[in-house]
Design a protein around this ligand. Sequence first.
Ligand code: AMP
Length: 430
Amino acid sequence: MSSYDAADTATRVLVLNSGSSSLKYQLLDMRNGSRLAVGMVERIGEKTSRLVHTLPESGGDSSDGDSSGGDSSGGDGGRERTGRFADHAKALEAVADELAHDGIGLDSPELAAIGHRVVHGGLGFSEPTLIDDGVLAEIERLVPLAPLHNPANLLGIRTARALRPDLPQVAVFDTAFHTTMPEYAARYAIDTATADAHRIRRYGFHGTSHAYVSRRTAELLGKDPSEVNVIVLHLGNGASASAVAGGRCVDTSMGLTPLEGLVMGTRSGDIDPAVTFHLRRVAGMSVDEIDELLNKKSGLVGLCGDNDMREIRRRIDEGDERARLAFDIYIHRLKKYIGAYSAVLGRVDAVAFTAGVGENAAEVREAAVAGLEALGLAMDAKRNAVRSGEPRIVSPDGARTVVAVVPTDEELEIARQTFALIGEDRPAIA
Ligand code: AMP
């Protein structure tokens, strides 16, 4: 029996997010979007790898003493396993063991599909895509555009296919949501022939998050996504802004790579490209050193030595000038993008803050919106100070533009898109 025949009872989706030395996973039940298992394997290929596995919807305690080798009960009620997982295949086998141990293994008939996060889908992949050999070849062809991420994503896909060759596997691309950007927003003003020969254009990233948050923001406003214009500010360690008009992305701050745009934890964001020539010619740095400087040693960490916004706020409270300046530069860039995207959209119904900083740092939200009354933006200090995991409005009643905090959920969105794609041939599950 194929998985398609079993589709009416198969309601679970396993979401895999493979990095170069890590594998994050979540098993979701699509009847209600609940998490059956959440975990990750880190340091794959190194001497000691580590697997942490939790069962969040059942209270988190899945430890029953059936420990062998390096198994132990994790600190937060999950299970932890250390040992050497030589490659992604070994890591996924270990994950499969953990799931089987809980009676929710990869061979269970309830598993409908595996959804894979794939960072770069180029221009061709504008939708979630059922993976076959042709799709794999195309993702491979995009490796030069995402040399760190796509090979890791491919590893995860190949491993999962080997384990369950009969199961539908779906690729959900980080770039897909941004493929609706008009040509005038996506093209760099450089020689067209050179740009086209090397596929140089603005692709944007964090698309799954921007898609999810813009849709949830419309829901928060009680409107259909097609009726609202939203600026989404995804502020995590990586950070990006997007302008979403009627549910379609019309501009985003990341470009050919995730380096462009906002000031991030370790990335510079926008910079005069001539800085790189200067570093090469005058400072004598190699291309790899400049790449490392701008991607890993810049942004907040380059400015003040810390990339964690909690630490930066603590230092500011103690009167630390470097931390203050780093914060001010971060906010200045954020404001410029809010202003730019207000101009791009014409009418802004909502500005939505999301990801680690956007969801948690009330001071960042307050500072980003301060002084933007002319754009219809205002903050209700009391609402902004409330901590919650729920989508919420933090602007005063009656504000022309709603300011909202909308927690992102990329795994749920990948699972949703995966399940919708494989379920197109069958009646929707209530
Ligand atoms: P993400 O990449 O979305 O996981 O976000 C990670 C970042 O969120 C961290 O580097 C912190 O800067 C930030 N963050 C997490 N929790 C808080 C908090 N309670 N207050 C301020 N910043 C936070």
